[in-house]
Write a protein that binds this ligand. Structure first.
Ligand code: GLP
Length: 263
């Protein structure tokens, strides 16, 4: 695992965008796994800026989002569909037919729908680069604590803690969804490369547990310890409880010297 410590959330976004852009330049047909939340916003802003200033091309790329709230239609401003169109898709030249986001409006036949989402990922050749944020309780996507580490895309009941965190984006009194459709841990682990971004002190405990704690379904991000190519990009606050800062810095320095392609 590579652990990249950055000064602040702006630098986290810039570094993540640099990696996404170099993946797109090396392979214009890249299949990107995308995340929502406040953490990747800086990355999306930077990607839009690169598209406008350098012509970074999304026209051959395909995307699969991690998750969507159950019960929210794409035009609902709180939906992840709306988020992605607002913060990335409408600003770049990605083809609408290449965008995939779980459908939050399905009712019943969840397994059939979720299997078709998994099949679409396979049909696209698998995810080349998966972007992740992390929940305060260590979740990735909406894989809440005690999710199976082998889980696939499925309907997931959200914890009270996550519902409370999500409430911030909803108007007072508005009903906050209790369930979501999310890629599973097994789905995420099949991506060829994974980038997990984190900023702010509220993520410090879950980041330390994910990187330096035991692999456990209680902190689903810790399953990434099984992935052969994962990079954590965290700011000072999110990295505050990590114990091996000096080692991570030396690994980065020597990786840049010996195997720069890994960065
Ligand atoms: C939700 C999303 C996650 C995201 C998390 C953290 O739970 N399903 O993908 O990582 O929120 O969000 P934020 O970046 O706003 O802290």
């Amino acid at each position: 695992m590579l652990v990249v410590l950055k000064e602040n959330s702006f630098e986290v976004g810039r570094e993540a965008a640099r990696i996404v852009a170099s993946s797109l330049r090396a392979n214009p047909k890249s299949v990107l796994g995308l995340a929502t939340g406040s953490t990747p916003l800086g990355m999306y802003e930077e990607l839009i800026a690169l598209h406008k200033s350098t012509g970074l091309d999304f026209s051959h790329a395909t995307s699969f989002n991690l998750d969507e709230y159950l019960g929210l239609a794409p035009d609902n401003p709180q939906s992840f569909h709306y988020f992605m169109h607002e913060h990335l898709f409408r600003h770049v030249n990605v083809k609408p037919e290449n965008i995939h986001i779980p459908d939050g409006t399905i009712t019943g036949n969840y397994d059939t729908y979720c299997c078709s989402y998994e099949q679409a990922i396979r049909d696209a050749g698998g995810i080349d680069l998966q972007i992740l944020g992390i929940g305060r309780n260590g979740h990735i996507g909406f894989n809440e604590p005690t999710s199976s580490l082998g889980s696939r895309t499925r309907l997931k009941v959200l914890t009270k803690e996550t519902i409370d965190d999500n409430r911030k984006s909803f108007a007072p009194g508005e009903k906050v969804p209790e369930c979501a459709i999310t890629m599973g841990i097994g789905t995420i682990l099949e991506a060829k490369r994974v980038l997990l971004l984190a900023s702010g002190s509220s993520k410090a405990t879950s980041i330390a547990q994910a990187i330096e704690g035991p692999v456990t379904a209680s902190v689903t991000a810790s399953a990434l310890q099984h992935h052969p190519d994962v990079t954590f990009i965290v700011d000072q606050q999110a990295g505050a409880q990590l114990r091996h800062h000096d080692y991570y810095a030396r690994v980065l320095r020597l990786t840049a010297e010996l195997t720069p392609d890994r960065l």
